[in-house]
Design a protein around this ligand. Structure first.
Ligand SMILES: Cc1ncc(COP(=O)(O)O)c(C=O)c1O
Length: 404
């Protein structure tokens, strides 16, 4: 066999890749915590550790069989493979509009007030790119979904945290907000049921948010992907009278219909806002695969029994996760909703990070430290309900055995 010439080996080695400066906008934007952590877990697994991952909120259950059947039948047709309309197909927009009417009691016009998205995460970026100029401020929840912060920064905006705490039921402290200089604030991100704390909003809270935004002429972006998980009364901020004048709502099929990998989300709001965001978005992608859109429309038409079936499973899991929290000495609200359990760590650990590392390295179980959602989450951990009962049982056994 011929040997590889030495100079060819050199050309292919990593050290020969040219160096180039990344754009300034990436400064301060780290790799997403989970992608780093998954790599570490993979390395530990390769070393034979078999880590139980209770971190990530990606539903492990499949979508309804009718949704998969629709995808299969549409994908097998010869005429469903072309580029699609930037605004999504009419069937999906109508299904979204009907879904909003049926479950949230909200009217959104299928032609003008609904914009299907390739997952709601991209919608967060699109909104920031559409509205933020260099130096404009976006208020983001602390703790909160990390993507709000990175999207604001990537768009050139400035993030100002508004702190949420247990004492105020994880609701914004409006009195404190009013004391701030709000002149450069353009966006306010809110998210209820709140991730990571599992706190629900009342109509009264949504009303306060809308009043605050109206008074200060701030665009509210309500992110609503968890309203069907362990929650009997899905609520949309758009149900508040006058909300469309100042608010947009993001929604998603990722959690409600077990379709996280399909990437289907939606933005709802006033026609003016939808058209503005579309001006940006239509330059970024070329629509969503039609069979995925039609299958998503089927999912949105599912009746109550669908939500009951997934929630029965999540309810059992949540009880098990409460047991796990008890074992770790954590305290938690038993009425929290959504796809996670949020617990306050005992005084024996200095932070959620130290607890998470102790559990990872001694019991081979990964639990998310609350600090990744912002400093106000430092004394907390978050456990995902996306795992089988056996997995939780095994995690409990390992943690018991590790005697942390
Ligand atoms: C609060 C929150 N918003 C948005 C998303 C993104 O959802 P999607 O899958 O629709 O992009 C997530 C996903 O974990 C989330 O937790």
């Amino acid at each position: 066999m011929q040997q590889t010439p030495i100079n060819m080996e050199k050309t292919n080695s990593a050290s020969q890749v040219m160096s180039i400066n990344t754009a300034k906008r990436l400064e301060g934007i780290g790799e997403y915590y989970f992608s780093q952590k998954l790599r570490e877990i993979e390395t530990l697994n390769k070393a034979g550790k078999q880590i139980i991952n209770l971190g990530i909120g990606s539903p492990d259950l499949p979508p309804h069989p009718s949704v998969i059947a629709q995808l299969q039948s549409q994908a097998s047709l010869p005429n469903t493979h072309a580029y699609q309309n930037y605004k999504g197909c009419a069937q999906l927009r109508t299904a979204i509009s009907d879904w909003y009417k049926k479950w949230y009691g909200v009217s959104v016009d299928a032609d003008t007030e609904v914009l299907p998205l390739i997952g709601s995460k991209e919608g967060i970026m699109h909104i920031c790119m559409t509205y933020l100029n260099e130096g404009d401020i976006a208020l983001v929840p602390n703790p909160g979904y990390p993507t709000y912060r990175s999207a604001v920064k990537l768009a050139g905006g400035v993030c100002v945290d508004y702190e949420l705490n247990e004492t105020l039921g994880w609701a914004p402290n409006f009195a404190l907000l009013e004391q701030q200089d709000l002149t450069r604030v353009k966006l306010l991100f809110v998210n209820y049921p709140h991730m990571p704390t599992g706190q629900q909003a009342s109509e009264a809270l949504f009303q306060k948010i809308i009043d605050f935004a109206t008074k200060h002429q701030i665009l509210v972006v309500h992110d609503n992907p968890y309203s069907f998980i362990l929650n009997q009364q899905p609520l949309s901020i758009l149900s508040i009278p006058g909300a469309k004048a100042v608010a947009l709502e993001l929604n998603s099929l990722s959690k409600s219909h077990n379709m996280a990998g399909w990437r289907v989300g939606v933005l709802c709001g006033a026609q003016e806002r939808i058209n503005e965001v579309l001006r940006f978005k239509s330059n970024m992608d070329s629509g969503m695969f039609l069979p995925v859109q039609l299958a998503a429309a089927t999912a949105l038409g599912l009746d109550e029994s669908w939500y009951q079936s997934i929630n029965n499973i999540y309810q059992q899991r949540r009880s098990k996760v409460f047991e796990l929290m008890d074992l770790l000495g954590c305290t938690y609200a038993s009425n929290q909703v959504g796809m996670f359990v949020w617990g306050k760590i005992p005084g024996t650990f200095t932070s959620g990070y130290t607890l998470s590392d102790a559990v990872l390295y001694n019991a081979q179980v990964f639990i998310t430290p609350g600090g990744i959602f912002g400093s106000a989450g430092d004394q907390y951990i978050r456990i995902s309900l996306c795992g089988s009962m056996e997995k939780f049982e095994q995690a409990i056994q390992r943690i018991q055995a590790a005697q942390l």
